[in-house]
Design a protein around this ligand. Structure first.
Ligand SMILES: Cc1cc2nc3c(=O)[nH]c(=O)nc-3n(C[C@H](O)[C@H](O)[C@H](O)COP(=O)(O)OP(=O)(O)OC[C@H]3O[C@@H](n4cnc5c(N)ncnc54)[C@H](O)[C@@H]3O)c2cc1C
Ligand SMILES: *[C@@H]1O[C@H](CO)[C@@H](O)[C@H](O)[C@H]1NC(C)=O
Ligand SMILES: *[C@@H]1O[C@H](CO)[C@@H](O)[C@H](O)[C@H]1NC(C)=O
Ligand SMILES: *[C@@H]1O[C@H](CO)[C@@H](O)[C@H](O)[C@H]1NC(C)=O
Ligand SMILES: *[C@@H]1O[C@H](CO)[C@@H](O)[C@H](O)[C@H]1NC(C)=O
Length: 549
């Protein structure tokens, strides 16, 4: 996708026309959704027929479009507020018009790329006032340039499509981002984007070369025109605070023609506790080509009606099985990995493997954006520096056995992750972190009482884990958004209040994010329950006064 001069010309014309023509229809009968639609169509150059790009609650397709990419079913229950309108831009200039018109009409926008937000913030809103969804799913071109080791990917493409398109051009190029192929490139990279190659190459956000973004005034900016501050903020500062990403230019990384995967489960009866204790000491120090995560669940025990804990070691190694076996024999023999456990395959096959697709699923499945994970769920994250002792793990097993469908994933750090400085991009979880924990609880029921029970369980679990996780702040991954950590009240919470959760996600980078937000979006156009707050004008003028005095 080479953004053409034509698009630039057309979009600047629209911008001009839209800003010259103030919105005149002020019929009190007109709903915000109608006003928004009319505003978009004020310029006949841009005319977007309702049926091609808009869906309102009156349309039969409303529910299916709303639900299409939404991952968390608890955010779709009837009691949750629904958007006035879903707008699906077909070209970049539609996104510009949407920003300008949302401001003009006074509706909030929710921006959706892949719909995986853990709290559903790309398609629901807890704030007062009407909102519309700008759904980028139709802006999904991916253009791979192997000679240049780079790719432009539009925000609505899934990460799986990006992997697939790269693999069609080269067996020895890849991109180091998420494990779940239905993730939207737009939201995913804004929060960091980790995956099986993070120990060798860092995050998706560490491998961004350029971006196209629509800012709060409706302009399209690239790296050069947005400047290094804003370009820094969008690579890890979390989604929908600074503008709407239209496309990322990413740097491809070299992958070997053959990689090796394995999954080795160990139950408590098979010595899971001791092995996990050892994993904690090696997972971040072992060869950077090796990523071994641990998936922890309740499973049926040997005796009928009894449950046990299963820890599954799920790995991708950037190399052959012989070298892998050597490394494991030297560094982690406790797992007892054998040649039989290992399967060699191409990198793109390993993408399908780690995502959980059955063997021999054709890679083309990645083009369907199919998600294997739609659930009612609540999740949290932690970062760990020192191994949890065995008795700590045993206490954890007790908690897990109390819950119906808990899931924990331990994800190793180290390698490249600890070589990149904490302030290089807003994502601060670097040197010293040995692994990240993700906690989830899943259920299959729209009943809010059922949800409350699971919320209660995961909050207690989180309390239990406090003594093993990072402290001051207790760090959290912004892409595992958790509104328990705190949230903005109608978008104008003070910086001090917001710094409670802001410092967990961003550590000291939070302050720089606030300064950039204040500069690039002074009207707080891009706001949501955990958007980066601004220094309010009163607070700003107070500090101004202080400086003068
Ligand atoms: C099943 C599952 C698996 C996951 N696996 C991983 C993983 O392996 N690695 C990892 O790092 N994370 C993972 N995540 C977390 C994931 O990275 C985040 O949920 C991410 O924000 C999803 O991006 P999205 O575009 O799919 O989601 P969306 O819900 O569309 O967006 C997420 C946030 O970004 C904003 N946003 C969306 N598009 C844009 C845009 N174009 N411009 C600006 N803001 C935008 C939204 O408003 C929202 O606030 C996983 C999540 C799920 C549900
Ligand atoms: C949705 O409803 C509008 C009228 O409210 C209509 O013009 C449009 O064609 C409908 N779209 C679809 C896809 O049914
Ligand atoms: C692309 O990457 C390969 C392998 O990493 C490297 O040898 C080559 O020089 C790179 N090409 C460019 C144009 O950067
Ligand atoms: C593992 O290493 C030991 C020495 O540490 C060696 O004796 C043994 O042969 C190795 N096994 C394999 C499978 O490489
Ligand atoms: C937030 O701002 C809105 C108007 O912008 C105002 O109505 C509301 O009272 C403010 N809320 C708080 C908590 O300050």
């Amino acid at each position: 996708m080479k953004p053409s001069k034509l698009v630039k010309f057309v979009s600047s014309t629209i911008l001009l026309l839209l800003s010259l023509s103030s919105f005149v229809v002020s019929d009190s009968e007109t709903t915000p959704a109608e006003k928004f639609f009319n505003c978009i169509n004020l310029n006949s150059d841009l005319y977007v027929p309702f049926s091609t790009a808009f869906v309102s609650p009156n349309n039969a397709s409303f529910d299916s479009v709303l639900q299409s990419t939404a991952q968390n079913l608890r955010c779709l229950v009837p009691s949750v507020a629904k958007p006035e309108l879903i707008f699906t831009p077909l070209v970049e200039s539609h996104v510009q018009a949407a920003v300008i018109c949302a401001k003009e009409v006074g509706v909030q926008v929710r921006v959706r790329s892949g719909g995986h937000d853990y709290e559903g913030l790309s398609y629901i809103s807890d704030m007062s006032g009407p909102f519309v969804i700008i759904d980028l799913s139709k802006l999904r071109a991916v253009s791979v340039d192997i000679e240049d080791n780079s790719t432009w990917a539009q925000a609505g493409a899934t990460i799986g499509e990006v992997y697939y398109r790269i693999s069609q051009k080269s067996k020895t190029h890849g991109f180091p981002a998420g494990l779940c192929p239905s993730l939207g490139v737009g939201g995913h990279i804004t929060g960091g984007a980790y995956g099986t190659m993070m120990r060798k190459f860092g995050l998706g956000a560490d491998n961004v070369l350029d971006a196209r973004i629509v800012d709060a005034t409706g302009r399209i900016l690239d790296r050069q025109s947005m400047g290094e501050d804003l370009f820094w903020a969008i690579r890890g500062g979390g989604g929908a605070s600074f503008g709407i990403i239209l496309a990322w230019k990413i740097k491809l990384v070299p992958v070997p023609a053959t990689v090796t995967v394995f999954t080795v489960p160990k139950t408590l009866e098979e010595g899971a506790t001791k092995i996990l204790y050892k994993w904690q000491q090696v997972a971040d120090k072992i060869d950077e080509d090796l990523f071994i995560r641990v998936i922890i669940q309740n499973v049926d025990g040997a005796k009928k009606g009894e449950k046990t804990i299963q820890t599954a070691y799920n790995a991708v190694f950037l190399g052959s099985s012989s070298r892998l076996l050597q490394i494991m024999n030297e560094s982690f023999p406790e797992l007892g990995l054998t040649r039989k456990d290992c399967t060699e395959m191409s990198w793109i096959r390993s993408v399908l493997y780690i995502a959980g697709f059955p063997n021999n699923t054709p890679p083309e499945v990645l083009l369907q954006g199919k998600s294997l994970f739609k659930n009612y769920f609540k999740a949290k994250s932690d970062f760990v520096k020192d191994p949890i002792p065995e008795d700590g793990l045993e206490g954890l097993w007790k908690k897990l056995l109390e819950e119906d469908s808990p899931l924990m994933i331990f994800n190793p750090y180290g390698g490249m992750m600890s070589k990149i400085s904490e302030s290089e991009i807003p994502f601060p979880h670097r040197k010293g972190v040995s692994y990240m924990i993700q906690y989830l609880t899943l259920w299959q029921d729209a009943n809010p009482e059922i949800a409350a029970k699971h919320y209660d369980w995961i909050r207690k679990l989180y309390n239990y884990m406090a003594s093993y996780a990072t402290m001051f702040p207790r760090q959290a991954y912004v892409n595992y958004r958790d509104l328990d950590l705190g949230m903005n009240k109608d978008g104008n919470t003070s910086v001090v209040e917001a710094s409670v959760w802001g410092s967990k996600y961003f550590k000291n980078n939070f302050n720089r994010l606030v300064r950039i937000k204040t500069k690039v979006d002074p009207d707080n156009m891009f706001r949501h329950e955990q958007s980066i707050p601004m220094i309010s004008s009163s607070a700003a003028s107070r500090s101004e006064t202080r400086r003068i005095n």
